[in-house]
Design a binder for this molecule. Structure first.
Ligand code: 13P
Length: 252
């Protein structure tokens, strides 16, 4: 399985900046070794689709669970798919902690993604105080059990383990921390435990290789460092090497 190198641009880059970015993003990567996904603003999907010069897949950063309705400001999974997305982030820590998204809502959004034919990339991760209190496994199991029923009918999905204390802070989980947490998630997924599990949280060009070579780490979800096309090219190439080697984690 190829390693997954995904960029989450968050609320950055409208259509013109997106086109500029892709003019400069040209990794010489083998699609069989690394799969590149960009979670862009919905309004920039079209620009991304028409300006990317290398094979990339596109996703949105959030969806609503209803297919349509009087829900001002929201985007449905069906609309995202029609506009060119193949993936949807669900339950990103900023959605959970800034916008108050609950485990139950994450479950409904995963079901909506599956319904619309999008691949959900479901984010889980603990707060610093939860980790310090020895509650890592409990939190991850609770978050996984909330969306697992939405996947019972089948459909491709991924999980991103993003410890909240490592997002945008410069603090990174060690490769061992990532492997340990991914093992917990895999076990909690039960018979669906062969799905790819990505690590996210202050991934940079300097730590991407070590993280992607760790057991059970199938790729990375990158925030800040994905905003610079030259830096993200290096991370894509780290995925290319890790995915092409025999020593990395398995993506099942
Ligand atoms: P940073 O890479 O900026 O820490 O963000 C991680 C993240 O939230 C990716 O979804």
């Amino acid at each position: 399985m190829p390693k997954v190198v995904a960029g989450n641009w968050k609320m950055h880059y409208g259509p013109a900046e997106t086109a500029n970015y892709f003019a400069r993003f040209r990794p010489d990567a083998n699609p069989e070794s690394v799969s590149l996904i960009f979670f862009v603003a919905g309004l920039s999907l079209h620009a991304a689709k028409t300006s990317a010069r290398v094979p990339v897949e596109l996703g949105v950063q959030s969806i609503h669970w209803e297919p349509s309705g009087a829900l001002t400001g929201e985007t449905s999974a069906e609309m995202a798919a029609e506009a060119g997305a193949s993936f949807a982030l669900v339950g990103h820590s900023e959605r959970r902690h800034v916008f108050g998204e609950t485990d139950a809502e994450v479950g409904r959004k995963v079901a909506a993604a599956v319904r619309a034919g999008l691949v959900p990339v479901v984010c889980v991760g603990e707060l610093l105080e939860e980790r310090r209190a020895g509650r890592l496994a409990e939190v991850l199991r609770r978050q996984v059990s909330a969306f697992l029923p939405s996947l019972q009918g089948g459909g491709r999905f991924m999980v991103a383990y993003e410890p909240v204390w490592a997002i945008g802070t410069g603090e990174t989980a060690t490769p061992q921390d990532a492997s340990d947490a991914h093992g917990i998630v895999r076990e909690a997924l039960g018979e669906l435990g062969r799905a790819p599990i990505l690590y996210g949280g202050s991934v940079k060009s300097g730590n991407a290789t070590a993280l992607m070579s760790a057991p059970d780490v199938d790729g990375v979800l990158v925030g800040g460092a994905s905003l610079d096309p030259e830096v993200f090219t290096k991370i894509a190439m780290a995925g290319d090497s890790a995915g092409g080697s025999t020593g990395g984690g398995s993506a099942g």
